[in-house]
Design a binder for this molecule. Sequence first.
Ligand code: GLC
Length: 480
Amino acid sequence: MKIAFAVSEAAPFIKTGGLGDVAGALPDALAAAGHEITVFLPLYGRVKHGEYFDRFSFVAGFQTELGWRRQYTGLFTFCEGPGKPRFCFIDNEYYFDRTEGTGIYGEFDDGERFAFFSRAVIESLSRLEFVPDVIHCNDWQTALIPVFLRVFYPEYDGVRTLFTIHNIEYQGIMPFEFAGDVAGLFGKDAESVEFGGDVNLMKGAIERSDAVSTVSQTYSREIMYEYYSHGLHNILSSCSFKLHGIVNGIDTDVYNPATDPYIEANYSADDFDGKAKNKKFLQKTLGLKVNAKTPLIGMVSRLVPHKGIDLVERVIDEIVGCGVQFAVLGTGDERFEEMFRQAHARHPDMISASITFSSRLASQIYAGCDIFLMPSKSEPCGLSQMVAMRYGAVPVVRETGGLKDTVPAYRIIKREGRGFTFWDYNAHEMMGAVRRATAFYRAEPEEFAGLQKRNMLCDFSWSVSVKKYIELYRSLTDGE
Ligand code: GLC
């Protein structure tokens, strides 16, 4: 099939979070399965001045209309070879070469920047002589593509659109004037992106796409409820007939304890001794008391409310009181950063707080900890719990979104399941799951190791999900 994949970040070029991981790995897996895929990305300053740009080829320069504006649009492509995706970068220095902040999100005119990107993606198709079967859009930054396509491009009537929600929290909300002034949408077309008196780009995409998907089955159901929907539950319920859930995979080459260069000792399910060496190394480097038998809980997370950090805050002293160590890595809200710093100050040999971003330390925590905690209030998919399992850390998670789908509760008697789970968003429910996990670790070390090894052998690669995406693309184009 021919697929255009539009996204605001993709590894290895530019990445701020899970979306970048997914947009790096999924197109790769689709191309490997024999499909023709072009990934569209903005040419951010960081990419233009980065290590890959020398290998890009200039394809075309033209003007893109955006409301009353006409903006220069440059196209650069990059492809590593046959069986690999083609990347197409949209160049406009005014919009994308920003030097303040990250230069990716958080600019005063993000709405206009990504409206331009969306329109330019469609304009690029004819310059690339590429008519895709499906345009696969991701999150609000690309939400105008399905809208523009139907309003301004009748010639692409036969092109289907899929809109994937990676996180419903960010919807692209702008003042209503944005519809006419920036997007050039008036009357009924403006109404299709209107929600609650404002412009809401995600709402427009949900209504105008041929299909909508989320990154796990459970999340696709949850977002029809107010608790999870950030206001869009009614819109989603009325579109439930075209709503799908396909769980993400992880890059099993990058996240592989047998080859990971960042960890102290490489290991696998068959050659498990290295796990203990990594634990010892981690305890030592983080200044925790070195003891092979002390359960060690790891957490690698953005420190923001929906990750469930307030639950941890409530019981962190209780966790340590049970003789359990805790190692956290991440940055985020100052309130949580400070909370962890103080917890470390109270229990320096039991709690370590690395308030920073480091891929190396992340790997070392996955490899060194026995238990991995992820008590998210909501989690569209979540990748860290899968990485943790691949590194033999037993997850403790709340039963929500992708956490529920990838971490079935462990049943001690039947030796089934992958981790310890809780449902109520409540600190002592979480504490209960932590206690069950640590009690199991202490009382049944061999069984615990058996669980760790079985988890390491689970297939978290993209192969299963890619098949589902292809089925979904086909279901949209069948009969055309
Ligand atoms: C967002 C979600 C996360 C998901 C990722 C990739 O970052 O919060 O749960 O794994 O997108 O789809």
